[in-house]
Write a protein that binds this ligand. Structure first.
Ligand SMILES: NC(=O)c1ccc[n+]([C@@H]2O[C@H](COP(=O)([O-])OP(=O)(O)OC[C@H]3O[C@@H](n4cnc5c(N)ncnc54)[C@H](OP(=O)(O)O)[C@@H]3O)[C@@H](O)[C@H]2O)c1
Length: 497
């Protein structure tokens, strides 16, 4: 249960000299502070191997906020007050000595304020260090609550397959209880993703239609226009299935497909999402090609400028078979969804950066407007997660004129237009939830393991030396042409988002 909404806390960030801290974590903490939603008093201790003074760390974080935060300090005073809560402890997270230093720093802060001792440890290092951090937090006693709460936030990836995810969970579980562990999937913190649940469960009109009787198919798309940029070496080990499908796309599928939880609290929501995972039809290792397809971007042009193909990117093998595009066809075998295909696709260097969920409804059972049946497309509800957050419902309408001609019109809701302000960053919501003890929008251990288990046959098939290379697609396109044939087998087509 959420606790301690207005209690003091100390956040220790391991990996505080890294990209995530600079681009996401500190800008999000700043925005929360600026919006007066961060509980006070608080302290943020950055830690990494680099030798950096407190002042230099604060200066770097000031730069990070200038570059990446949603809100800028209204005056130097406000920033100075925030900066006063930032400090830095240098050390190697694999070295037990660091933890004595951290304890010393935390006790000094906690001794100077009243209230319970609440501590949050954020793992923003390469995952290879998670074991050592957990071990050291356990051995040093820092893992044990000291009269308040102690929690950890763990960044993805949570393993690279079923076995490694289980090993990581059991490692975390040796030192922390599950209710102390927050596995972050930033997609779940996005406003539109949360709104998806509000749409489904706070409106009467959608839920009666939300099933096989009315829904013909569901498409979930997470398309990026960028390539692998500087992360070629990392991406070689990951690929689109691990990087995006195992976490973000499957999470979205669960939120779309799950039954109404009894309340919007962590356990009921996690339980319902897990039921969906259990209902997804296991992938037959002998028939992987029927349900999964992979692609890799070749060279092309973006904005009129040539861009390299994946195999020409830095850190990528010239004969790499790593997929930069993945498409899946999944089936949820339960009463609500029997027979409704769920198409998932994600790719880099796609024609457009867009994340969306499209729910296509059946055609009307009988068309009375005989003269223009072609003008009537089935209704479609599109939930746009990014950019341009919002949703659109297409309905058939009569187009103006003396003839009875029909055409689709969109009932469009755009977050920016309706609410004005930019929605908060996902990390803001998620950090605040962890401080409040609410893990509803985090990933639970059993969900993570089930997701890896589900994709295991595809991962195994694609790693085989004899497996055919991914289909090539041109940069700035919608993926390989074979993906069109893949979905056309069912008589469908990908949305051109
Ligand atoms: N960046 C993102 O947008 C993003 C998004 C989702 C998930 N993540 C995850 O978040 C974590 C951090 O990502 P990042 O992009 O911030 O990585 P990064 O820029 O490479 O930073 C990693 C941090 O860990 C420290 N570190 C690196 N190697 C180390 C080693 N061998 N021993 C001890 N410390 C080491 C580095 O500091 P020192 O070298 O100074 O010690 C640095 O502070 C990763 O697990 C990543 O998968 C990142």
């Amino acid at each position: 249960m959420p606790t301690g909404t207005d209690e003091p806390f100390t956040l220790v960030i391991f990996g505080a000299s890294g990209d995530l801290t600079r681009r996401k974590l500190v800008p999000a903490l700043w925005s929360l502070y600026a919006g007066r939603t961060l509980p006070e008093p608080f302290a943020i201790i950055g830690s990494a191997r680099s030798e950096v003074s407190h002042d230099e760390f604060r200066r770097r974080m000031r730069e990070a906020v200038r570059e990446f935060a949603r809100t800028q300090p209204p005056s130097a005073n406000v920033w100075d007050r925030f900066a006063a809560s930032l400090s830095y402890v240098a050390g190697d997270p694999a070295n037990p000595a660091l933890y004595a230093q951290l304890e010393h720093a935390m006790k000094a802060i906690e001794g100077a304020r009243s209230g319970p001792t609440n501590r949050l440890f954020y793992f923003a290092t390469p995952p290879s260090l998670y074991d050592a951090i957990v071990e050291n937090l356990g051995a040093s006693g820092l893992a044990h609550p000291q009269g308040g709460w102690t929690r950890i936030i763990v960044e993805k990836p949570f393993g690279h397959d079923y076995e490694s995810a289980r090993a990581l969970n059991s490692q975390l579980g040796r030192v922390f209880r599950e209710d102390q562990i927050y596995r972050i999937d930033h997609y779940l913190g996005k406003e539109t993703v949360q709104n998806l649940l509000v749409l489904r469960f706070a409106n009467e009109i959608f839920e009666p239609l939300w099933n096989r009787n009315h829904v013909a198919e569901i498409q979930i798309t997470v398309a990026e226009s960028i390539g692998v940029e500087t992360r070629g070496a990392y991406y070689e080990e990951a690929g689109a299935l691990r990087d995006m499908v195992q976490n973000h796309l499957l999470q979205l599928l669960c939120l779309i497909a799950m039954e109404p939880p009894v309340t919007f609290d962590a356990s009921p929501v996690h339980d319902e999402k897990n039921k969906v995972m259990h209902a997804i039809r296991p992938i037959d290792p002998r028939k992987v090609d029927e349900v999964a397809l992979r692609g890799q971007y070749g060279p092309g042009f973006v904005g009129g400028k040539p861009v390299p193909g994946y195999r020409q990117e830095k850190g990528v093998a010239p004969d790499s078979k790593t997929e930069t595009y993945a498409a899946l066809r999944l089936t949820v075998d339960n009463w609500r969804w029997a027979g409704v295909p769920f198409y998932l696709r994600t790719g880099k260097r796609m024609a457009k950066r867009v994340s969306e969920i499209a729910i296509r409804f059946h055609r009307t059972p009988h068309m009375i407007f005989h003269r223009d049946p072609a003008g009537v497309e089935p209704n479609e509800l599109v939930i746009r997660i990014q950019p341009d957050e919002g949703m659109a419902l297409t309905v058939a309408a009569k187009t103006p004129g003396p003839d009875l001609k029909l055409g689709p019109v969109g009932l469009d809701f755009r977050y920016g237009e309706v609410f004005g302000a930019e929605p908060p960053e996902a990390y803001e919501r998620l950090l605040l939830d962890a401080v409040h003890g609410d893990s509803t929008l985090y990933a639970r251990a059993d969900w993570v393991e089930k997701a890896w288990w589900l994709l295991g046959p595809v991962l195994d098939a694609w790693i085989q030396a004899s497996a055919p290379a991914p289909y090539l697609y041109e940069a700035n396109s919608w993926g390989p042409s074979e993906a069109d044939a893949f979905i056309a087998r069912d008589g469908g087509a990908w949305r051109k988002a």
